[in-house]
Design a protein around this ligand. Structure first.
Ligand code: NAD
Length: 262
């Protein structure tokens, strides 16, 4: 097995400041990649570790055409290539449609879906010129099996799977592979910590999340960011050279349907 599967490769990871994105950036860098993260937040606690691994954290709001273009251009200017793009930045929204404002709809769809259009728009050309590449989109179990409590989020993640499949079809001839991962429930992430902090009974909320995923329930714990990063890195690597258009559910079976009663 190749110890440094990403040696000589350049990777961009959006939403790399914490959670799944940070775990992915670290794994890619440990595998030899030169990694650039794009995030609206820069977390000082990452500085030392990122510097040691040669990970460059860049400020980028993925909803902005100009910012995304700058992110891709920076990676290209510094390394001359782009091999891996991980579209991970995302936000949730728990609200019913009659209560959702147009601004809220736009915020979720722009972050979870339009951003992927923008990163791909600027990355596909350089990947094609470089002889190929791998794009991994972070969707959700909600993209496979929509949920009643978050219709806007579920829609954005379902559409992301459709975009993944369309891009995979369009760019196979360029040797650009496009795949998705569909995680959840993932603990130790900004998104999950925010939900736990809002809950009136955080332990009961965590138990409810764990119970909704058959394997999480069997293991009595949530999925870790690193367990998701492992699959992202597989899809980004040459081990997946013939894999495109697929969505890997890393959700302990949550999106399979209604779990049996405990
Ligand atoms: P997280 O909050 O730790 O990570 C999301 C990152 O995206 C953050 O660093 C945040 O600053 C960044 N971000 C948000 N808006 C941005 C913007 N406009 N521009 C640039 N960066 C932005 O949460 P996470 O769970 O690691 O989320 C990563 C991805 O995983 C998301 O797409 C999320 O929808 C998906 N996901 C998470 C879970 C879960 O259980 N945690 C489940 C299913 C899917």
């Amino acid at each position: 097995m190749n110890e440094l599967p990403f040696q000589g490769r350049t990777a961009i990871v959006t939403g790399g400041a914490e959670g799944i994105g940070r775990a992915t950036a670290v794994r890619l860098a440990l595998g030899g990649a030169r990694v650039f993260t794009g995030d609206i937040q820069v977390r000082p606690e990452n500085s030392e570790r990122f510097a040691k691994l040669g990970i460059e954290p860049l400020e980028c709001d993925v909803r902005s055409d100009t910012a995304v273009r700058r992110l891709v251009e920076t990676a290209l200017a510094k390394t001359g290539r782009l091999d891996i793009l991980v579209n991970n930045a995302g936000i949730g929204m728990v609200k019913q449609i009659p209560d959702v404002t147009e601004e809220e709809w736009d915020r979720v769809l722009d972050t979870n879906l339009k951003a992927v259009f923008l990163t791909c728009k600027y990355s596909i050309g350089p990947m094609r010129t470089g002889g190929g590449g791998s794009i991994v989109n972070v969707s959700s179990n909600a993209g496979i099996l929509p949920r009643a409590h978050d219709p806007v989020y579920s829609t954005s993640k379902g559409a992301l799977i459709a975009l993944t499949r369309s891009l995979a079809l369009c760019h196979a001839r360029d040797k650009i592979r496009v795949n998705a991962v569909c995680p959840g429930p993932v603990g130790d992430t900004g998104m999950m910590n925010a939900d736990l902090a809002k809950a009136t009974d955080p332990q009961a909320f965590a138990d409810q999340m764990i119970d909704a995923s058959p394997l999480a329930r069997a293991h009595r714990r949530m999925i870790t960011p690193d367990e998701v990063a492992e699959s992202i890195c597989y899809l980004a690597s040459d081990a997946a050279i013939m894999v495109t258009g697929t969505s890997i559910a890393i959700d302990g079976g949550k999106s399979l349907g209604v779990p049996p009663k405990a």
